[in-house]
Design a protein around this ligand. Structure first.
Ligand code: KIV
Ligand code: ZN
Length: 387
């Protein structure tokens, strides 16, 4: 069976940039957008043009710069927002307007003080209006994760009739369980008239640590676009991490789904975004964390030294990391120590290793990690001792 493509919609520059302290200027956004385009992203959400003159400028400049990806601007469901987004996107080769409105009970009641009928009408009206500017209009049903499926289906049907090409089903508050989110996508696929005219998109937040799992559940149930950010950046606990979904689809050939992202650029992309946004990546972050390919316990190290596949499911080169690393700590064993000695030019015999290992443990118990300088000192002391 032929593998089906999942479109990757990157929102690092919009949802990702909403993180407090992560504000980027236009120049920094252009650097990231250019790399995202090279990475093979299908859609770059460049910003929310009406939100500030700076964001308008960024979307406009990114539209001029990006060669391959579609460039998208966010709006609320009103004419002014859409007019401004259309103006910011006017230089884009492939522009997309992303408009929408909250559809859950709590958004309708508390945010809009409105009714389901009125929201449905406003949703369709916004899409119809956006269509007067661009062919490609994505609609988001904000808080779809907590919206009842029957009403969500009615909204989806109305916006498809109005011309929406993509239906974004955001789990805005990160509330859904994977099974539930997957079933929501399946329900829409089976119950929305005209659904074959639109692409269903997953946009998941990570409040319960389920954003990636929910996005995968979504595509397993028929969604064909995932919205995500580099390093999983985003409001509160963040969005679905781009590097995670890309590598899940790459590793799980059994899903018969793929993306066009060049995974070998993931590590440098992560470093660049972390650097420009001033947001460090947690060391144990999947795929791009500093420890993602580091081994420190004796049993694991022994396995990896014999054959990498014993404890690694991804070849680090596949994500742009040159090699796995063997970290020396008090939990490390003899084979890791011999491996690291060899690495710095010392081929030790078995008897020497037995002695050096005891010396190593004395130092390792006092430190978090043993570096090459510590190893050199251990060897030099040993050499002096044996004359
Ligand atoms: O999380 C969300 O609902 C959003 C929409 C504005 C698309 O980011
Ligand atoms: Zn979001």
């Amino acid at each position: 069976m032929n593998s089906e493509k999942i479109e990757i919609f990157d929102t690092t520059l919009r949802d990702g940039e909403q993180v407090p302290g992560c504000k980027l200027n236009t120049e920094q956004k252009l650097i990231i957008a250019e790399r995202l385009d090279k990475l093979g992203i299908d859609i770059i959400e460049a910003g929310f043009p009406i939100s500030s003159p700076g964001d308008f400028e960024s979307v406009s400049e990114i539209s001029k710069l990006v060669k391959n990806a579609k460039v998208c601007g966010l709006t609320r469901a009103n004419k002014k927002d859409i007019d401004v987004a259309a103006e910011a996107l006017k230089f884009a080769k492939r522009p997309r307007i992303h408009t929408g409105i909250g559809t859950s009970e709590s958004h309708i009641r508390y945010k809009f003080n409105s009714t389901k009928e009125d929201i449905l009408e406003r949703a369709a009206e916004a899409v119809r209006y956006a269509k007067t500017y661009v062919e490609d209009v994505e609609f988001y049903a904000e808080d779809a994760g907590r919206t009842d499926n029957e009403y969500l289906a009615q909204v989806c049907e109305a916006v498809i009739k109005a011309g929406a090409t993509v239906l974004n089903i955001p789990d805005t508050t990160g509330y859904c369980l994977p099974e539930e989110y997957g079933q929501k996508i399946k329900y829409l696929r089976e119950n929305v008239k005209g659904i074959e005219k639109a692409v269903l998109s997953c946009h998941c937040h990570n409040d319960l640590g389920l954003a990636t799992a929910n996005s995968i559940a979504g595509v397993m149930n028929g969604a064909r676009q995932i919205e995500c950010t580099i390093n999983g950046l985003g409001e509160r606990a963040g969005n679905t991490a781009l590097e995670e979904v890309v590598m899940i689809l790459k590793q799980h050939k059994d899903l018969n789904l793929h993306t066009d992202v060049n995974s070998r650029m993931l590590n440098e992309m992560s470093l660049m975004v972390s650097d420009l946004m001033g947001m460090s990546v947690q060391p144990n972050k999947a795929i791009v964390g500093a420890n993602a390919f580091a081994h420190s316990s004796g049993i694991h190290q022994d396995g990896v030294i014999k054959n990498r596949e014993t404890y690694e499911i991804i070849d680090p080169e596949e994500v742009g990391v040159s090699t796995s690393s063997i970290i020396l700590t008090a939990r490390s064993g003899r084979s890791a120590l011999a491996y690291r000695f060899k690495h710095i030019g010392y081929d030790v015999t078995k008897n020497e290793l037995d002695y050096l290992y005891q010396e190593f443990l004395k130092v390792a118990d006092l430190k978090k990690e043993i570096g090459n300088d510590d190893l050199s000192r251990i060897i030099e002391t040993f050499n002096r001792k044996i004359g």
